[in-house]
Design a binder for this molecule. Structure first.
Ligand code: FAD
Length: 701
């Protein structure tokens, strides 16, 4: 249907739906005034499709003379603020124009998401200190009856993977999902090797997994403004349908007797001596949106009644208490249990992501992906990164723009970022905006912590997936991370259940300190800019701020201590990837696969010191002395873990030692912690022509 909608013609923005038309005519009347912002006033450089280095700060309409005049004149240009604050920004107009065909009620979702993000940014010390509701409590005594299940998994996205893995190992499992257990339509990008861990763990057959692969494009690009592009394979080079894979996992799980309760929400849990009582309630037909729904626009369906009914669930009272031996919290970043554990404190870091899936990119421009790309320098204390992947087998293209930052009050709104994405997308992709048919528009602000993974806070309750903060703070690839850790987690969780090692301390062994993960934090910080760290004038009100819809004026940006040049982050990244590329696949691929290992890291750091020592010296000032000192500590730990893992791996080949390790819950977890913590679970393969990851070649018990 969408293909029919897009017939290759160049459309005028004035010929749209009535809703869009009124928005356009309103905005057409708006008078705009230039600001003293950072947007350059010089004439934009004409650009060809997917040309090389381009400057993101140029108005995007530069891609074609037609686009340079008509569409963007209908609202404020970048660097201009509408005098009429009710004029919708570009993103709002694009969404309104596609309101019939864009999935879900995106504008409603945008307002909800921005409200959450605004609350987080403007949260003061008092609000941060305010206690949060306790949803998990320790109660003395026993449950008083046999458990209904061994495990109740709350939250069904990564939850169904954990549930099926445990069911396959002989445990009785129930999944409780507040919405429908159906994933989302936006593809997950991963590699075939990672995906096949589900087959290696015996969850789905290889043919079933292949049926879920919708896009396969072979190569991805890494490039930074003014530098040379680097190409890689075996990294985020396929697109998988979350809906298809979750449907297949659910089918297997239910087919083998597993219980799924949809439209049923976790409310609270009582931890007793012999188990945990999980209280759940039927969700009202008209569901309230919250921050956790940001990546799933299709969830907004008006009456909320679409889709299948619950396979099982609370009775007529709408409430139920499920007795289990273990509860797995798989409720994502905004899980109420995580909120209880972390309190109201702002997260240390945030990644703000906006993007969309659109048709209309010419086939020649949609054959490969971008893993990490910049074509502009930093401005307004943010550096924009771009990603792009062929989607739906090449019929569509997914593009993301993201930035690493923090929840400082001066940070842009999601709508402001989305406006910027829309203005820059034509420059990035070489296709005028009016030729793109959006099928989905996405946005979100994801919290990041330096201390991941999150250690369990209670006996018998453990986090898995985004709630556990065990994915890399660089890529936020929670699906990929789940696949990578699946052998370790399913073995460990099953062991904990079989041996009744369900205390908080025993469960903490499943989320051990991982120097490889902790080191990724410095990388993230070095790709982020603290507020006020850029040289030059502070951001003007028109930069990255949303206009219209009554969004608050931004907080003032701290002034006066700017010390980084706008091209600094690009310079650092060009240096890092230039060195990695010169050192070859063995160094670059693990890093791109989200794994930091000691030897590649040391070689890269040494190479960078040699290549651009001046750029490196700035990092300390940028990230702060504490982060820098912690980083050296983690690097020493990485060395220790690497040596210890190699030693243990050798020892396990001796007769009797393997049995000893597997026979002890603690020894097995320490061995796993050393392997994953050193990053040596990734054996450097996975490339299309590569050797594959040796550790994943055969199923591991
Ligand atoms: C735009 C975007 C693109 C992404 N692309 C990729 C990618 O290409 N590759 C990749 O690896 N990762 C990607 N990710 C990340 C990936 O989607 C997440 O890491 C993954 O979905 C995490 O799954 P989860 O189950 O831990 O959390 P979530 O996906 O947040 O799922 C949590 C589940 O818990 C349910 N829930 C919440 N509260 C309750 C409650 N009280 N009771 C019961 N259920 C509840 C929710 O309804 C939801 O189903 C992307 C994320 C976004 C936003």
């Amino acid at each position: 249907m969408a293909a029919a909608r897009h017939s290759g013609r160049t459309r005028s923005w004035g010929q749209e739906s009535p809703g869009a038309r009124s928005a356009l005519s309103r905005s057409g009347c708006a008078r705009v005034r230039p600001t003293t912002g950072l947007w350059p006033r010089e004439a934009p450089t004409p650009l060809g499709r997917r040309a090389g280095a381009r400057d993101e700060r140029q108005p995007a309409a530069s891609t074609s003379s037609q686009a340079a005049t008509e569409p963007l004149l209908l609202g404020p240009r970048p660097g201009e603020v509408a005098e009429d604050a009710t004029v919708p920004g570009l993103a709002r107009r694009v969404i309104a124009r596609g309101e019939v065909s864009i999935e879900g009620d995106t504008l409603k979702m945008l307002d909800v998401s921005d409200a959450f993000w605004r609350e987080m940014r403007t949260r003061g010390p008092e609000a941060e200190a305010r206690p949060v509701p306790a949803v998990v409590r320790r109660s003395p005594g026993v449950m008083g009856a046999e458990p209904d299940f061994d495990v109740v998994v709350c939250g069904g996205t990564m939850g169904i993977i954990a549930a099926l893995a445990l069911q396959r190992r002989g445990h009785r499992v129930c999944v409780v999902e507040r919405r429908l257990l159906e994933g989302r339509t936006q593809e997950w990008n991963t590699s075939r090797h990672e995906l096949h861990s589900l087959a290696r763990e015996g969850l789905l057959a290889e043919a079933e997994l292949e049926a879920c692969v919708v896009s396969d494009y072979g190569r991805v690009r890494v490039g930074f403004k003014g530098g040379e592009d680097v190409w890689a394979d075996g990294v985020l080079d396929i697109g998988v349908s979350p809906a298809a894979i979750i449907a297949a996992l659910k089918r297997e799980f239910e087919g083998a007797g597993g219980t799924v309760m949809e439209r049923t929400a976790f409310r609270s849990a009582e931890v007793r001596d012999d188990g945990v009582v999980v209280k759940v309630a039927r969700e009202a037909a008209r569901e309230r949106l919250d921050a956790g729904d940001m990546s799933r626009p299709h969830l907004v369906r008006g009456d909320g009644a679409a889709g299948a009914s619950a396979a099982a669930g609370p009775g007529p009272s709408g409430r139920a208490a499920l007795r289990a031996r273990l509860m797995i919290d798989c409720m994502g970043h905004y899980s109420p249990v995580v909120k209880q554990l972390r309190g109201n404190r702002k997260p240390e870091g945030t990644v703000m992501v906006v993007g969309g899936c659109h048709e209309g990119t010419p086939p020649a421009g949609n054959e490969t992906g971008d893993l990490l790309y910049t074509f502009g320098d930093s401005f307004a204390d943010v550096q924009m990164y771009w990603e792009a992947f062929p989607a739906e087998g090449g019929r569509a293209r997914t593009t993301y723009m993201f930035t690493y930052c923090d929840a400082h009050a001066s940070r842009p709104s999601l709508e402001g970022l989305l406006d910027h994405y829309m203005t820059q997308l034509p420059t990035y992709q070489g296709t005028p905006l009016e030729e793109l048919d959006f099928k989905r528009v996405l946005f979100g602000a994801f919290p990041a912590y330096s201390d991941g993974p999150l250690r369990p806070g209670f006996d018998r309750v453990v986090q898995i997936g985004d709630s556990s903060a065990s994915q890399s703070p660089l890529s936020f690839g929670g699906f990929g991370s789940m696949l990578r850790h699946l052998p370790r987690l399913s073995r460990g969780l099953s062991d904990a259940l079989s041996r009744d090692r369900l205390s908080r301390g025993a469960l903490a062994m499943l989320h051990p300190y991982q120097p490889s993960l902790s080191l990724a934090w410095l990388y993230q910080r070095s790709m982020a800019l603290p507020p006020g760290s850029l040289r030059g004038p502070p951001p003007a009100p028109g930069d990255l701020r949303a206009v219209g819809k009554g969004l608050e004026p931004p907080a003032p940006v701290p002034r006066g201590r700017g010390f980084l040049r706008p091209g600094y982050v690009n310079r650092l990244l060009k240096c890092s990837f230039g060195v990695q590329s010169a050192l070859g696949d063995a160094v670059m691929r693990p890093f791109l696969q989200d794994t930091i290992q000691f030897v590649p890291l040391s070689l890269t750091m040494a190479g960078m010191m040699f290549r651009d020592p001046l750029a490196i010296t700035q990092v300390g000032r940028q990230v702060g002395a504490r982060t820098m000192a912690a980083w050296f500590g983690h690097k020493l730990a990485l060395l220790a873990y690497t040596v210890a893992h190699l030693l243990v791996r050798g020892l396990r080949r001796l007769p009797g030692v393997e049995g000893l390790v597997r026979g002890s819950y603690w020894l097995a977890r320490v061995a796993d912690a050393l392997e994953w913590g050193s990053g040596l679970d990734n054996r450097g393969g996975g490339g299309r022509g590569g050797a594959g990851r040796a550790g994943g070649a055969a199923p591991r018990p």
